[in-house]
Design a protein around this ligand. Sequence first.
Ligand code: ZN
Length: 582
Amino acid sequence: MAYQALYRVWRSQRFDDVVGQKAITQTLKNAIIQKKTSHAYLFTGPRGTGKTSAAKIFAKAINCKHSVDGEPCNECETCVAITEGRLNDVIEIDAASNNGVEEIRDIRDKAKYAPTQAEYKVYIIDEVHMLSTGAFNALLKTLEEPPQNVIFILATTEPHKIPLTIISRTQRFDFKRISTQDIVDHMGYILKEINVDFEEQALYVIGRAAEGGMRDALSILDQTISFSDEKVTLQDAMQVTGSLTYEMMDQYISSCVTGDVEQALETLENILSSGKEARRFLEDLLLYCRDLLMFQQAPKLLAEKVGNLTDNFKELAGQTAAEKIYQMIQILSDTQNDIRFTNNANIYLEVATVKLAKSVKKSAVISEAVQPVESAEITTLQQQIEHLQKELTELKKNGVTAKEAEPVKTTRVTSNKNALRIPTELVYKVLNEATKDHLLNVKNVWDDLLQMMSVTQRAMLKASEPVAAGPNGLVIAFDYEIVCGRAMDDDELQLAVHNNLSRLVNYAPDMICITKESWPKLRQSFISQNKDTSGDQTNDDQSVEENSHLLAGEEPAVEVNNLVVDEAIAMFGDELVEVIND
Ligand SMILES: [Zn+2]
């Protein structure tokens, strides 16, 4: 015997079998018992919530001679014929495929004739919102002058697409999404009937994935059964629905909450390499965060809804401030927007992971007073160096010797702590000696380099790109300011790039971090500066590589610089100034 899908075999045949729509089925039964049926019904609601099943049960109940309490007997010739879809007086139409005016006219003509076998002729029009305007008008005419003993049942998932003139002539029933618990109970009942063993938690995973639709739930259950060996396990259900265990989510989220970037990224990598799709994972993460919030407010309600909450989850919900969860939800939904049109969803997810772990960490260690002092000092120092370097550039440009220059001002520069400081002079230094070949060398080994890095380092570099390179320096542009700032401060990362590159390309450039956003401007200002000193070389429209190549030039401005370099050494000491000769 050919295999029949569960949702067909287990389609409800009595009103009492329709899951999760008690109010509606009771009202319909009462109408039949009291013989107060309407000539037109509108069943609305999400897919798989029982609309067409209820319509067919209604067609049987109203025509069954042995109906008891408004339920069909399901045994008489009429009931069986309707169940098997071969009673001429019960006509099912799928408007998605029969949307022409002709078909509805046909209905109108035929509806005039009295039923032949049954007492009532019942038209069930599924997806009725798909009818054309002309067809709706034809239908309206029929509904305005309803023929004797004819009942229309219109079913739709999109009631807002149905003309009000039609709606006002029907009795409307809104089918609700079926609760996860109801779906789980029903699946459990079916599995027991067909003697298939199962783990209770597997059913909750399927129930959640079905989002309130019994037909979807039974389809997923079908797939899971064919996937399983004898027993429907939680693991099988996860595989089929692509959902994650709460345990895995627990691990990921708690790493983020404790600010353990490394652990969070490692968990993420495991999750993604197990075949999880990035978009789906983001949805699961959002759901998880929402569950955390819900659990804090109404633990019982959530327990009923989800069914299988882990101890870790409860612990996390107890420990994490609602503020933090809101923050995480914000980062996650921003990321959801970012990945909508990209092929690199995994990279965004990795960046989001760094953000999640970092943002939480920042707010968690706010009381550590030592660090801000240190970094303030560094900022001041950095600003002083920058200031000196600026003057150096001026000197270089104007050809004035250092001795004539004014003493360096040490006045404090008010800092903008939020803005990332781009090391302009360091970038210029690299550009001065950059060549296309050096850049190509680095680009050729970039993937290998990433493989040599730790998980955290790799994630940071994945959202970056080398844009200029010379024998001693390498400019890397990052997609995100936050990652760029982190890379700048990360000595280990810089050292790792330096060392690993030395193994791959036989020289060891230092890494200069900038944002992608700042790159065009940096390049442009370098070009115009170069134009001032050496005239005819540049063309604004040339590509980055060509610029670097051209500017880095066959004839670097070493001679011009020598005097300046001497002065610089005098000013900074020779440890700070590296003199570069090709
Ligand atoms: Zn019957």
